[in-house]
Design a protein around this ligand. Structure first.
Ligand SMILES: Nc1ncnc2c1ncn2[C@@H]1O[C@H](COP(=O)(O)OP(=O)(O)O)[C@@H](O)[C@H]1O
Ligand SMILES: [Mg+2]
Length: 276
């Protein structure tokens, strides 16, 4: 079943009961060329503050797009607008040819927009497996075998992110790095087509960062397009096909990592105005 090409209506948005597995592409060349997600003139105001101002960009199929910018630049707000946690004040969001900027977050999740949260929120008292199964349940149909199928998908996602040995532990007993992996597994269990990652590498050491980079690459190799917010420039340069820079809510650069990271406006945004 291709849930994404089905006509509108809630039932059509449900995923089938298959566990997490690589997305199938009928025509990779055609898919590679067209944007899967597109923002047009997105603006979000909070009272007097413009957190995101007239931002347009597109994400191509199987692309890894890095979002960078100083603290308060509007990166998380932009992810919130894309996932539906926040409504834009102005502008449009298109996902696979469909306008979604007024659609509720849970509907966007069912359509295939998955996300992780900057502040991790494991469900307390539940095992690692069931934390992820909750996400899998959301994407799966009805019937008595539903929980068992969700747990099966959750198990696959947990092995995928390297948490296989912690499946039966309580989620709140996981350390920081493993909680980041849990966030990724929870998002993957919902079978996204686009994954939005908000600082999944924050607080990790260099070895752990490399491990997360490998996981994100593996996710992309299954056919998922990815937006990554990250502060560690070395990681974002290694991982991203393209980097977009936000500064005071505005897009100031968008392009190949090496050219963006040497762009004088970007250097200035990070280091402040150079003295003469
Ligand atoms: N819910 C909110 N209410 C009011 N202001 C907000 C809210 N969310 C974010 N902001 C403000 O919007 C700006 C951008 O924040 P954010 O998107 O979190 O930045 P980043 O993720 O790039 O650090 C900041 O000035 C922040 O204080
Ligand atoms: Mg943020």
């Amino acid at each position: 079943m291709n849930a994404h090409s089905a006509p509108g209506g809630e039932a059509d948005l449900r995923r089938d009961d298959a566990p997490f597995r690589p997305a199938k592409t009928t025509n990779p060349m055609a898919e590679a060329a067209s944007p899967i997600l597109e923002a047009r003139g997105l603006t979000r105001r909070f009272a007097g503050l413009v957190a995101v101002h007239d931002v347009s960009f597109s994400l191509t199929s199987r692309e890894i797009l890095g979002f960078i910018g100083p603290n308060g630049a509007g990166k998380t707000t932009l992810i919130n607008l894309l996932s539906g946690t926040l409504e834009p004040s102005e502008g449009e969001i298109w996902f696979e040819g469909r306008r979604i900027d007024r659609m509720a977050a849970f509907r966007r999740a069912r359509l295939g927009i998955g996300r992780t949260f900057q502040i991790m929120q494991p469900f307390p008292g539940l095992s690692v497996l069931d934390n992820v199964a909750v996400g899998a349940l959301f994407g799966h149909g009805k019937g008595q075998a539903r929980l068992e199928r969700a747990r099966e998908s959750a198990r696959e996602c947990l092995h995928f992110v390297g948490l296989g040995k912690h499946i039966d532990h309580r989620a709140e007993d996981l350390g920081g790095p493993d909680r980041k992996r849990l966030e990724l597994a929870k998002a993957l269990a919902m079978q996204p087509r686009v994954l939005l990652c908000d600082e999944v590498m924050a607080g990790l050491n260099l070895v752990e960062i490399d491990e997360v980079i490998d996981i994100i690459r593996k996710v992309r190799d299954t056919g998922i397009s990815i937006i990554v917010i990250e502060h560690v420039i070395k990681a974002i340069r290694t991982l991203s096909d393209r980097i977009m820079v936000l500064h005071h809510g505005e897009k100031i650069a968008d392009g190949a990592p090496d050219s963006v990271l040497t762009d004088s406006r970007v250097v200035e945004a990070y280091l402040g105005k150079k003295r003469a």
